[in-house]
Write a protein that binds this ligand. Structure first.
Ligand SMILES: Nc1ncnc2c1ncn2[C@@H]1O[C@H](COP(=O)(O)OP(=O)(O)OP(=O)(O)O)[C@@H](O)[C@H]1O
Length: 361
């Protein structure tokens, strides 16, 4: 990928991290009796990548359509770069739409236009002279690694290449904000990773603010700085990605994360009982500084033969260790489990007794 193009060349807005590019306050949007958005308040700062995740029907598309003015809320405030867009008519919305670029799941390229014409189209609509828009289209195609495809048609491109053209086109009008609507959902895992890497690269180089909606936690994990979880039109959880992965609070977040975090193997979970006996099965969650020490070596030294490792691992998200383990503690010494619990909680671990595996004596 060739992406060595400076922010000044491309001309994206680079904002200080404290600047608010998006602000939503108590936004409501109903369709009949269905509350698609039920009081959404959200802030996106300049230069950050916010992932908005939720299940089908949670309200993600409605939210993103409100952000680019395609949908009007019933009530609440929406500001883009400090300017309220709620009361704007179509004519006044046009300059705002140029501040907001968008990429789509199915790319939405014009098949009758070449790649460079697709990228140049928003500039043509904005009345930019032909020579200037072609120069810029080439800079953008270089940014997304497709300079050699300028004269080809979208039908000859792979899905990943089409999305790169979509990204170049979205950047054509020098947006302050890029909205990504399930932009990698139609791509295979490897192409998804390359598109996410490109978006992160553009975010870093141009300081471009990105809001992406997705139903995949892996997308959030790979690219976002912060995550907001939406369910039934409400933000139910919000925070830095590593801390939400480490300690998901809302049931919907726990469920969305179930494929991304170690889970107790099913055959053991199926045997668990509430009756004390055999081994107690404990889950242990540690993150950040708490996950950096030699916790298990220290536990072993302090309480020899007090546990055996059952399952788990350490992930690294935003350069922070996020650990989740399952251990088995024998119950033949009735006080042992509490000693282990005490030891681990003193080390800032979150520990839960899941039940007893009485088959394992
Ligand atoms: N134009 C509409 N008319 C009626 N109901 C709508 C309309 N748009 C959305 N809804 C309803 O609002 C709720 C939120 O829909 P929305 O499309 O925003 O969810 P979503 O999270 O984007 O779902 P998906 O991931 O399946 O696209 C759903 O119950 C949906 O049926």
């Amino acid at each position: 990928m060739n992406s060595i193009v400076s922010a000044s060349t491309i001309g994206a807005t680079s904002k200080a991290a404290s600047n608010e590019v998006v602000r939503l306050v108590d936004v409501h949007r109903h369709f009949g009796a269905t509350p698609a958005l039920d009081g959404i308040s959200l802030t996106v700062h300049g230069g950050e990548i916010l992932g908005i995740i939720g299940r089908s029907g949670a309200g993600k598309s409605t939210l993103i359509r409100c952000l680019n003015g395609l949908e009007r809320p019933d009530s609440g405030e929406i500001e883009i770069e400090g300017r309220s867009i709620v009361g704007l008519d179509e004519k006044d919305l046009q300059p705002l739409r140029r501040r907001v670029g968008m990429i789509f799941q199915h790319f939405n390229l014009l098949s009758s236009r070449t790649v460079e014409e697709n990228v140049a189209l928003p500039m043509k609509i904005a009345g930019i002279a032909k020579a200037e828009r072609l120069t810029r289209a080439h800079e953008l195609l270089e940014l997304v690694g497709l300079a050699d495809k300028a004269k080809t048609y979208p039908s000859s491109l792979s899905g990943g290449q089409k999305q790169r053209v979509g990204i170049a086109r979205a950047l054509a009008a020098r947006p302050a904000l890029l909205l990504s609507d399930e932009a990698t959902s139609a791509l295979d895992p490897e192409t998804t990773r390359s598109i996410l890497t490109l978006l992160k690269d553009i975010n870093r180089k141009l300081g471009l603010t990105i809001v992406l909606i997705t139903h995949e936690m892996e997308v959030v994990r790979n690219i976002a700085d912060r995550v907001a979880v939406i369910d039934a039109g409400r933000i139910v959880e919000e925070g830095q990605v590593w801390s939400v992965f480490a300690d998901p609070k809302a049931p919907i977040t726990q469920s969305l994360l179930s494929g991304s975090r170690p889970q107790l193997p099913e055959h053991i979970a199926a045997r668990l009982s509430l009756t004390t006996g055999g081994e107690a099965i404990l889950s242990i969650d540690m993150a950040g500084p708490a996950a950096q020490g030699a916790v298990f070596a220290d536990l072993s030294a302090a309480l020899p033969q007090s546990f055996r490792l059952v399952h788990g691992g350490i992930d690294h998200i935003q350069n922070q260790p996020v650990a989740r383990f399952f251990i088995a503690v024998p119950t033949r010494d009735p006080a042992l489990k509490d000693k282990v619990l005490q030891f681990l909680t003193a080390r800032s671990a979150r520990v839960e007794v899941l039940g007893y595996d009485t088959d394992h004596v």
